[in-house]
Design a protein around this ligand. Structure first.
Ligand code: 4AD
Ligand code: MG
Length: 459
């Protein structure tokens, strides 16, 4: 493969090789020509040199971009400065001729345009690098947790409970909605549904994973989650992937230590295992990427309480669109100001007012704040949200009531507090946000294969 050829030492130099792939460019003169071929193993191409001695020389010269060929020949050092090796073709078999209106040209296309051809964009260098890295980082996440003995739990996609209590769920039903069964008041009768009650797509696997945490101690889930939030931003998608570890006999500090160790592990993994892709991002997407990531590896994350953060932001002369005051949820502009201007590195914001955080977060001594933590990073803002969980059943029941949640819907969740409940904590890492962070790509639509945002479900 091209990937093997580009790695030192190249085992194929001056050998006969066979390579199949897709044509990226063709240039010909009267007696010879060049083809750049991509075989899918690497985001770089290999140059093929062919001469008029080939029987199908004329046809090869007319090949359209994205045609598929199989080449036999010798891999030799390239006299050209642009590439270290080239393949001297002895035979070229044409496997498929692409239609001439292939939309990807050699020039650079805008990300906006490429979103309209999401089915073809993985063939560009940028997207090949992004999605190769995405695959590697998914593996690295499993490796990190598995090597620590965490048990991977598959939590359900279809669920009857709102894990965040925020009412942002996509409904799921097996009923014929054109002609649904109705109850005596004329409302759709979900008890007649396949699921026997109203159900939705999960917003988080956390509540389910907590149950396994109380059996295995250290667990994680990693899967797709869904949010029907109508926020048309560069960092929100209606379908995204989330990593949610949960640790028992642990508090908020243990939780933050795990998150920091994981973030550094993922950065190091990307630099070690995808050096060419990372160099590409540093050259073409974000020139400060390496500097930023290397600074992080060699320093500790900052810590600040929500209350301190609000005081810091209030003192700034900077005019925010939303003025800051204690009790409000921090907006993206505040989060980014904190991490990019004040701390200039990743920062954990802890102990948020209970009114703006989920019902399951552990109430602090002051009765006003909860043991929550968000990790904010430059360029992205919130990348992780987590907390210590409320293990005291009476307080949890009170918090659920305040949040308007019915205890009987969460009976199994409350059972965890009745049967051997212990202090425990966990967090959720947005997978797309970590890919944005590692690549410097600014829009979530460009790090997920087929983004689900408002008005986008064509592919
Ligand atoms: O802060 P969130 O909502 O936390 C939870 O869901 C908890 N149940 C996690 C836990 O403690 N187990 O979401 C966690 C992270 C965010 O920090 C963000 O990175 C990402 O998930 N996220 C999104 N990513 C893309 N699009 C969206 N709409 C997202 N919403 C959250
Ligand atoms: Mg959050």
């Amino acid at each position: 493969t091209v990937k093997e050829i580009y790695r030192e030492p190249n085992p194929f130099l001056n050998q006969k090789v066979e390579l199949s792939g897709w044509v990226r460019t063709v240039r010909t003169s009267k007696t010879f020509g060049f083809i750049e071929i991509n075989d899918g193993s690497f985001f770089e191409n290999l140059q093929v040199v062919f001469e008029e001695s080939l029987a199908n020389f004329q046809e090869i010269g007319k090949l359209t971009i994205s045609s598929a060929i199989r080449v036999q020949g010798e891999l030799v050092p390239s006299p050209g400065a642009k590439q270290p090796f080239e393949l001297k073709a002895e035979n070229i078999e044409i496997l498929s001729v692409s239609a001439a209106d292939y939309p990807l040209q050699k020039k650079r296309h805008t990300f906006e345009y490429l979103r309209t051809i999401a089915h073809l964009r993985p063939r560009t260098n940028t997207f090949a690098a992004v999605f190769r890295l995405r695959s590697m980082i998914a593996y690295a996440i499993h490796k990190f947790f598995q090597e620590k003995g965490f048990v991977y739990v598959h939590t359900p996609i279809i669920t009857g409970s709102d894990a965040e209590g925020a009412g942002e769920m996509f409904k799921v039903t097996a009923l014929d909605l054109a002609n649904p069964p109705k109850d005596s008041e004329g409302n759709v009768d979900f008890s007649k549904d396949f699921f026997g009650r109203p159900t939705s797509l999960t917003v988080s696997g956390q509540l389910n994973v907590e149950t396994y945490c109380m059996a295995f101690r250290n667990v994680y889930t990693f899967g797709p989650t869904f949010r029907a939030e109508n926020s048309n931003t560069a960092r929100h998608a209606a379908e995204f992937w989330m990593i949610e570890p949960e640790i028992a006999f642990a508090n908020l500090t243990d939780n933050m230590n795990l998150a920091e160790e994981m973030m550094k592990y993922l950065i190091q993994y990307a630099l070690d295992n995808a050096p060419e892709e990372m160099a590409f991002f540093n050259n073409f997407v974000d020139k400060t990427l390496f500097e930023r990531l290397e600074n992080i590896l060699s320093s500790e994350f900052a810590h600040v309480t929500y209350t301190e953060a609000v005081e810091m932001l209030e003192k700034e002369d900077f005019k925010f669109e939303y003025p800051v005051s204690w009790g409000m949820d921090l907006q993206t502009e505040h989060e980014r100001y904190l991490t990019e201007k004040i701390f200039k590195k990743p920062v954990f914001v802890t102990d948020y007012p209970k009114g703006i955080k989920a019902f399951y977060m552990r109430l602090n001594e002051d009765n006003k704040t909860v043991a929550a933590m968000d990790l904010l990073v430059p360029g992205v803002g919130e990348i992780i949200g987590g907390s210590q969980r409320e293990e005291r059943i009476e307080i949890l029941q009170d918090r659920m009531q305040e949040a308007g949640l019915k205890a009987e819907d969460y009976w199994w969740y409350l059972d965890l507090r009745r049967y051997g409940g212990v202090p425990h904590a966990g967090y959720g890492l947005g997978f797309e946000r970590v890919i944005m962070y590692l690549t410097g790509i600014a829009n979530i639509r460009d790090v997920i294969s087929f983004p689900r945002t408002t008005n986008s479900s064509e592919f």
